[in-house]
Design a protein around this ligand. Structure first.
Ligand code: MF3
Ligand code: CO
Length: 275
């Protein structure tokens, strides 16, 4: 069942999404070689609790941390731990909060130092594909239009692997609501989009093949070929003509640019006219 949000509810959800953006901004300022991913999780958890919210991932189906920190060939759901970040690492940081009963859930991929050309291109193109998908998230279109746009820009155009096992989702009072939002699919297929539908759109794109496996811990998803994977996620609300992006990359990008330890991917603009 798809749950459509009222204008008031959308404003509350924007606050939750923005709190995640602010937490990711703190991460962007904090990242440097030598720190552990556990220290990042600790900072995120404290930041969320200091802002009248709770980390939604903690204990979700038994997930043991407040964030997912996925380094290099880890696609998603990486456990924060004792491993220290080093030059050339790419790090997807995925954060969820519940504030006033409403969920925010979004993610950004950072790189320490200067990744090679192949990897920096993967980061840029994955971010672009998220916006290509968002451009199609307008009333009257279908989920498949979003999926198709993401797949076209990544698999078709660049030959990257689009992960099939994990998908985006509806978001609201629950972390995962209908509908599912795959990052691959057919134009014009799937549920119809109506105003007030809030979606977490989250391409997970592999430099190599699309195949992944889950580790013994039951969570950590890695690429089978060991090549890196990138993950970007925004919370958006379907509207007429142009989607409303509830989360905000601009503050994260500003912090990323200010941090000399980080590679900065370029901001991507949303164009309307997704017909
Ligand atoms: N962004 C991910 C998702 O939407 C994060 C979930 S991690 C979990 O599925 F720990 F909460 F499961
Ligand atoms: Co999500």
């Amino acid at each position: 069942m798809m749950i459509y949000k009222t204008a008031e509810e959308i404003e509350l959800m924007r606050q939750s999404a923005l709190l995640v953006s602010k937490a990711l901004t703190e991460v962007a300022l904090f990242l440097k070689p030598g720190i552990t991913t556990f220290s990042i999780d600790k900072m995120i958890s404290e930041f969320i609790r200091d802002n009248q919210a709770i980390p939604s991932f903690l204990n979700y189906h038994g997930y043991p941390y407040s964030s997912c920190i996925s380094v290099n060939d880890v696609v998603v759901h990486g456990f924060p731990g004792k491993n220290e970040l080093k030059d050339g690492d790419i790090i997807s940081v995925d954060i969820g909060v519940i504030r006033n009963g409403w969920h925010g859930d979004h993610a950004y991929t950072f790189a320490i130092g200067q990744p090679g050309k192949e990897v920096s291109e993967l980061i840029q193109v994955t971010k672009e594909s998220l916006y290509k998908g968002i451009e199609k998230a307008i009333a009257g279109n279908r989920i498949g239009d979003i999926s198709f746009a993401i797949q076209e820009h990544t698999e078709k155009k660049y030959g990257y692997g689009v992960v099939r096992e994990l998908v985006g989702h509806g978001l609201g009072r629950s972390l995962h609501e209908d509908p599912q939002v795959p990052n691959y699919g057919k134009r014009g297929s799937g549920p119809k989009l109506k105003e007030g539908l809030v979606l977490a759109i989250e391409p997970m794109i592999n430099l190599g093949k699309r195949d992944v496996y889950t580790e013994e811990d039951g969570w950590t998803v890695r690429t089978k070929d060991g090549k890196p994977s990138v993950h970007f996620e925004h919370d958006i609300c379907v509207q007429k003509g142009k989607a409303d992006i509830l989360s905000d990359y601009s503050i994260i990008e500003e912090a990323e640019q200010a941090n000399p330890n980080l590679f900065s991917s370029h901001p991507v603009k949303l164009f309307d006219g997704g017909h």
